[in-house]
Design a protein around this ligand. Structure first.
Ligand SMILES: [Zn+2]
Ligand SMILES: [Zn+2]
Length: 333
């Protein structure tokens, strides 16, 4: 089968993705083979291709917002039948036995398997998944619109929860791409006031269209103090900016897996008064189940930009250069 792999990581315009030809993978015990129909393009794929995240395996196939149909069942499987629609997300496996798994925080597992980093992902015609980590997808959302829910939506949802905004409170959203535009829809549907602080006309226009209460520049203060904020832009220099915009007791959650360096913080202005700063790491399967159900109920809809999978490098470059608003999705067939 044809697939894309991360060759030599480097700036996206130097062509870090290379074409590879692989055997169609056969599912091992507990695994499913999924024939990919769509795979979302996540900023993490870009960090991996550009080398911000060190590859954990040479020539790994990226892609962890995978939607497809179960095509083959490995020995000992039983949750799905051939033909079922499933989603494959970033968390592709855990040891189930470390202290974090045992206490219900499997997102912090000390021996995790990440799709598209430790094992091959969805920039391909097919991929394998441990059936315990495959997700059922809500009816009424087509493959293209389901794909971005699987990381952008899911991680944004976890970040929103960790930002801990009280009912009816005020949320700040820094950066407005694939993840933020889904998170903002959840927050607005839950009755929060949402201020979007971002650059880029595509992103701002999308924020306005989705009903944000205000849209401004990340460097400018929001129109009112924030009860909580999520930093989606991978820019560490926005951490003190966002902390200053928080009200007393507010929380800033950093949603990205990679962030440029955070400058020194000024305790009195940026942390005192019980402001909190926390990161968000992967997701649990429970987060996924909760979010996918909620997204269907609230009618959260991804704004997508389709690309044929053959044009994956162009999709990544367009993401790097901010050439679209919303989320890019590769179509495998
Ligand atoms: Zn574990
Ligand atoms: Zn992702």
């Amino acid at each position: 089968m044809r697939a894309w792999a991360v060759g030599r990581p480097g700036p996206v315009d130097t062509g870090p993705l290379v074409r590879v030809d692989r055997e169609l993978p056969g599912p091992g015990p507990g695994q499913l083979r999924v024939d990919v129909t769509c795979c979302g393009v996540c900023r993490t794929d870009l960090h991996l291709a550009e080398g911000d995240l060190a590859p954990r395996r040479p020539l790994v196939v990226p892609g962890h917002e995978v939607v497809g149909r179960v095509a083959a069942l490995g020995p000992g499987t039983g949750r799905f039948a051939v033909g079922d629609r499933v989603g494959v997300a970033w968390l592709g496996g855990t040891d189930g036995s470390c202290r974090f798994c045992r206490r219900g925080d499997e997102n912090l597992c000390t021996a995790p398997v990440f799709t598209g980093w430790d094992v091959d992902g969805g920039y391909a015609e097919a991929c394998l998944v441990d059936e315990r980590f495959a997700h059922r997808l809500p009816d009424g959302v087509d493959d293209e619109h389901a794909a971005p829910l699987l990381c952008a939506g899911l991680i944004g949802y976890r970040a929103l929860r960790l930002a801990d905004v009280p009912p009816g409170g005020v949320l700040g959203v820094y950066g407005f791409g694939g993840s933020a535009h889904l998170t903002a829809q959840v927050a607005l549907a839950q009755g929060l006031r949402v201020h979007v602080l971002t650059r880029g006309e595509h992103n701002r226009a999308l924020a306005r269209r989705l009903g944000a209460d205000s849209v401004g520049d990340a460097r400018d203060p929001p129109p009112e103090p924030l009860d909580g904020a999520v930093l989606f832009a991978p820019a560490g220099d926005l951490v003190p900016v966002a902390l200053r915009a928080l009200d007393r007791g507010g929380t800033l959650a950093v949603a990205g897996i990679w962030l440029s360096d955070v400058p020194p913080l000024v305790y009195a202005d940026e942390l005192f008064q019980e402001r909190r700063l926390r990161s968000v790491t992967a997701n649990t399967r429970r987060d996924a189940e909760e979010f996918l159900t909620l997204a269907a109920r609230l009618g959260v809809r991804a704004t997508t930009v389709p690309y044929p999978v053959d044009e994956a490098p162009r999709a990544l470059a367009d993401l790097a250069h901010g050439r679209f608003g919303g989320a890019a999705v590769l179509h495998a067939r």
